[in-house]
Design a protein. Sequence first.
Lengths: 168, 168
Amino acid sequence: MVPTTLNDLLLDGLRDVYHAEKQVVKALPQLARAASNPALGRAFEDHLEDTKRQVARLEEAFQLLGATARGKRCKGMEGLLEEGKEFLESGGSDPVLDAGIIAGAQKVEHYEMATYGCLITWAETLGEVEVAHLLEQSLDEEKTADELLTHLAEEGVNALAARGDGTD
Amino acid sequence: MVPTTLNDLLLDGLRDVYHAEKQVVKALPQLARAASNPALGRAFEDHLEDTKRQVARLEEAFQLLGATARGKRCKGMEGLLEEGKEFLESGGSDPVLDAGIIAGAQKVEHYEMATYGCLITWAETLGEVEVAHLLEQSLDEEKTADELLTHLAEEGVNALAARGDGTD
């Protein structure tokens, strides 16, 4: 599709992030299993529930715009998840792996924050207030998840990784 | 390289972002040429100068850590730039193209913000104060560039894109 209007761009962006969020739904359980820090594992499990709600909100946004809910291959997110997968398979030791998993997950959160931020301003410009409101809820969840990951890194995971072992 | 220490992770992350920034140095002139809004074009030209400084700072960081400055293929950034390239080639009309270019560039900025954020906390944990200080300057530049893009979108580009023409 050639985007000739801002409405096209909004729909195109929604399809991109719809595909991206569905990929994240598949990736989060792997991250939760790979995390050795229990709080980090729980953070990923909780964010999986957020992400499922975000997928549902995107379906609602498509409906509000009178469009079919369908994804569009999102190469940006594919690259980020591929990078994360390679890291998980690199065979690093537990606390260092946790620190690296957090970094990968924060790249994903930031991708989504940038995306939702743009989609919200486009929806607002187009007067699509309900769509903007739905996406703002998802943006807030992404920001909260990102802040929690920073907190977990700074309050324990990084220090353990610097010591190079998983003991307390 | 299997990252077994936080120092490995820091070096690995520096190599990843070193490769990423070099890709951005190549991409920014294309974005500057593609932008129809003059202020947007200038923003990309200015950010190219920032990015060259960021590459030089990374080389300084490698030196401080006693490591060779070399990149590591960054699939995350590759995916983001590939997505942006496809958009540029989609043949959209001027103001809509500008709005989409901003969105793609903000994904790139956010990738770098997430990356520098993690690298700074790792460098601080390891007591690498000078490295952290260098990367903080780059993080601040990324945040400023991201805010400028939001400003340009909200103060003109999006409204023009909604009208579907490039006239004032």
